[in-house]
Design a protein around this ligand. Structure first.
Ligand code: FES
Length: 138
């Protein structure tokens, strides 16, 4: 092996030694499938006109980055920011799921991905009702 080939080979090896671990760490980050959404603790007053849609089964509204839905017998709450590129998802009563208008991702009522391109679930929150007050925590 001549000197020039040896130096080229050494430079390539050193480049891989430096970049390789960084690529490995980056690829490990993409494996994180935990649901994503903000940490919240807030209340919603169902008597306020801004929340009137929540008084009907299938009705929905949003607050604090969370979509809240009246399921008829209970309420559910799911993170509003799509895990693909951050558009706001909306509840679809016809599909009983959450749909992102930007690239078509869909999530079930537990926040799990049912249609890409999103690959990470939406965070689901706990909703409790006391009279006309909903408390959303998670
Ligand atoms: S931002 Fe939701 S599918 Fe792309």
């Amino acid at each position: 092996m001549d000197r020039r080939k040896f130096l080229k080979g050494s430079a390539l090896f050193c480049g891989l030694a430096i970049v390789g671990p960084a690529l490995l760490v980056e690829s490990c980050k993409k494996i994180d499938n935990s649901a994503q959404g903000p940490t919240v603790n807030f209340t919603i007053d169902l008597t306020q006109s801004a929340n009137s849609a929540l008084n009907t089964a299938g009705g929905s509204g949003s607050s604090n980055g969370v979509v809240i839905v009246n399921m008829g017998t209970n309420f559910i709450a799911i993170a509003q920011r799509c895990t693909h590129s951050g558009c706001s998802v909306a509840y679809s009563s016809s599909g009983n799921d959450f749909v992102c208008p930007c690239h078509g991702a869909k999530f079930d009522i537990n926040g799990a991905v049912t249609n890409g391109p999103a690959q990470i679930a939406l965070k689901k929150y706990t909703v409790t009702q006391s009279g006309n007050i909903l408390t959303v925590v998670g």
